[in-house]
Design a protein around this ligand. Structure first.
Ligand code: ADP
Ligand code: MG
Length: 285
């Protein structure tokens, strides 16, 4: 069992939870996924939501670096059955837990089909405990990234105004859509100069998907400005939303959080019977 300290009304009164399972992903690396995932988890923890952050960038994970922590165990210990789930989960100082990635492994760790199933089983006990399960994926279109994006209920694609970020996001959406039947994507534009620039980037991605892909739905979740406080917080190995709660990036992330919470409420009514995420993959074979 993992221990969470519920603070919010919703968590203290809830008996059976339905986790909101979302991956935070991108076509290109270095666009801010880990910063967004970690800080979102912090804000959710602060509000009392039972939140687990899975560092799924296997091989290059750095949630631990951002938080200045050194977890003893990681996903690979769990998969090799050496260590039980409750020991692998690391409780942060910000009222959320992380399932750490292996660190110091420079090459990508590819999960075998057997490991994917084991993973599913190992996480099963969390089904009724979590409000939010955030999966911080690697970048690109490798097996792990595709797997985690297929396995989650919702996907947030992070991109920046750089042209390569736009083309790589499109490539990821295309593969997920054409080869894996994924249609719905939420979009965050990070590191932009102003809102209009973010909307312009979103529009370009939207038009490309609308023109060349069938049935893809893109939802603009928000934008985060380029903000030196983020860089400063990374150097201090502390979440920017805690260190600088009133900086532009923190205010923007709070707006995104509000939208996510609204979405969770709406989806709870619609998907009342959704259980946990990897189950879905099993059922599809
Ligand atoms: N909104 C932002 N403003 C300024 N710098 C940012 C912002 N978001 C991320 N960064 C910087 O970009 C770098 C990459 O971020 P990271 O979250 O590690 O990306 P990813 O996980 O996508 O590889 C970090 O060093 C961070 O300082
Ligand atoms: Mg990362």
């Amino acid at each position: 069992m993992i221990y969470f300290e519920p603070k919010g009304e919703e968590t203290s009164s809830a008996t059976t939870k339905i986790p909101f399972v979302v991956s935070i992903t991108s076509g290109k690396g270095g666009v801010g996924k880990t910063n967004i995932s970690t800080n979102l988890a912090c804000l959710l923890g602060e509000k009392g939501y039972n939140t687990l952050l899975l560092d799924a960038d296997l091989g290059l994970g750095n949630v631990d670096v951002l938080l200045g922590i050194t977890p003893k165990f990681n996903v690979l210990h769990l998969l090799s059955n050496e260590i039980s789930l409750d020991k692998v989960l690391f409780k942060t100082d910000h009222n959320f837990s992380i399932l750490p990635a292996p660190s110091g492994v420079m090459e990508l760790v590819s999960l075998t089909p057997g490991q994917k199933l084991e993973f599913l089983d190992a996480l099963d006990p969390l089904d009724s405990e979590l409000d939010f399960f955030i999966v911080d994926t690697g970048a690109g279109i490798n097996d792990n990234v595709l797997y985690f994006n297929m396995a989650t209920q919702y996907r947030i694609i992070v991109l920046t105004p750089e042209p390569t970020s736009l083309t790589d996001s499109y490539a990821l959406i295309k593969v997920l859509n054409q080869h894996h039947g994924v249609n719905d994507f939420f979009i965050i534009i990070n590191m932009c100069a102003h809102e209009n620039q973010a909307k312009e980037v979103f529009k370009r991605l939207y038009l490309a998907c609308d023109r060349f892909l069938k049935g893809v739905s893109l939802n603009f979740l928000g934008f985060i400005p380029k903000d030196n406080k983020v860089v400063e917080a990374v150097k201090l190995q502390s979440p920017f939303c805690k260190k600088f709660p009133n900086c532009g990036a923190s205010l923007a992330l709070n707006r995104i959080l509000d939208k996510l919470l609204t979405l969770k409420d709406i989806k709870k009514q619609i998907d009342g019977n959704i259980k946990f995420f990897w189950k879905k993959l099993l059922l599809q074979g």
